[in-house]
Write a protein that binds this ligand. Structure first.
Ligand SMILES: Nc1ncnc2c1ncn2[C@@H]1O[C@H](COP(=O)(O)OP(=O)(O)OP(=O)(O)O)[C@@H](O)[C@H]1O
Ligand SMILES: [Mg+2]
Length: 318
């Protein structure tokens, strides 16, 4: 329970046993979260999992029912004012003012922080989100992706060490999403810690150093994308392209587990199986095929396994 002083200095967020109830609903249900400084953490979970509630508690915008949390070493319930100065926020439903330009938005938000930005600082914020060329266009003329970049720019106005981005790319097309990924990676290069919530597994896989999967108010799995894959997947598929359906029975006769998929046959092996043994079986069977592809399960498979199991569990226990 008790972190050492050293631990505390390397953690951007340290939450223990957070609970938030709304009547009978436990939107956040005993959540523990430790986020080292300087990383991108993706909080991944289905609708209603409690992601927004969690980040809003950590931002100091909602009060938890119980539990404790430190953000950048400060207790969230005692030091709200200090935390506001070092944390940046992109809310889930951010919409800019139609009649203000990005530059005017940034100036206005800086004013709310009691700051007036110099030319250089303004240019730096615009450059961080690649909005230099659109700085003086009315927000109603910005694309969805540009509006989201503006939201991130506003989160950067206080030069925060920690930035919360609540679904920064939802509703954007794939190109705009990738452009925003570059902006978010830039925040990490600048030395900031980023916590982003998302439904997009490929976003977590592409961006995040660590992923926490949240279901029904609890974090049910955490780790780097690679370690989650290792931990939760114990199969590896080998696809024989163009082997045809006769190949299937031959392989099954040799004791392999296989299914047919169109003209291909997919052999399921345990992740720990020695690939050369399986390839030996294939070669001894004398089958003709066009290509061999090994298919590792993706983070999406991990997510569906974990979330699926949790939801089933919930259904069994009313
Ligand atoms: N102010 C509130 N009053 C009552 N219930 C609430 C309130 N805010 C959130 N909830 C409920 O708490 C649960 C968690 O909501 P939350 O918005 O944190 O989920 P989320 O993971 O962010 O979902 P989404 O992916 O849809 O944004 C939901 O069931 C939601 O309906
Ligand atoms: Mg949300």
């Amino acid at each position: 329970m008790s972190a050492t002083v050293e631990d505390a200095s390397t953690l951007a967020i340290e939450a223990r046993g957070l609970v938030k109830t709304y009547g009978d609903l436990r939107a956040v249900d005993g959540l523990d979260l430790l986020v080292p400084k300087g990383i991108i953490l993706a909080l991944l979970g289905p609708n209603g999992a409690g992601k927004t509630t969690t980040v809003e508690i950590l931002e100091g915008l909602r009060q938890s029912t119980s539990g404790s949390a430190k953000v950048l070493g400060q207790d969230i319930t005692r030091s709200y004012e200090e935390i506001r100065q070092v944390v940046g926020i992109l809310p889930q439903d951010f919409e800019p003012f139609d009649r203000l330009t990005p530059r005017e938005h940034i100036r206005y938000f800086a004013g709310l922080f009691g700051r007036s930005l110099g030319k250089e600082e303004m240019a730096q914020i615009l450059a961080s989100v690649s909005l230099q060329d659109r700085a003086d266009v009315h927000a109603r003329k910005l694309s969805g992706g540009e509006k989201r970049k503006l939201g991130i720019a506003l989160a950067l106005v206080g030069n925060p060490q920690l930035v919360f981005l609540d679904e920064p790319t939802t509703g954007l097309d794939p190109a705009a999403r990738r452009e925003l990924w570059r902006v978010i990676e830039e925040l990490r290069r600048e030395g900031r810690t980023v916590v982003l919530t998302t439904h997009y597994i490929e976003e977590a896989e592409a961006l995040a150093d660590e992923v926490s999967i949240m279901v029904r108010g609890k974090i049910v799995a955490s780790g780097s994308p690679a370690s989650l894959l290792d931990e939760y997947t114990d199969t590896k598929d080998i696809r024989l392209v163009g082997v045809g359906s006769e190949g299937l029975s031959t392989l099954i006769e040799r004791g392999l587990t296989a299914t047919s998929d169109g003209e291909d046959v997919v052999i399921q092996t345990a992740a720990t199986d020695d690939l050369s043994t399986v390839l030996g079986h294939i070669s001894q069977a004398g089958l003709a095929f066009r290509d061999v592809i090994t298919e590792r399960p993706s983070l999406e498979d991990v997510f569906l396994t974990i979330v699926g199991a949790r939801i089933e569990e919930g259904e069994l226990k009313p």
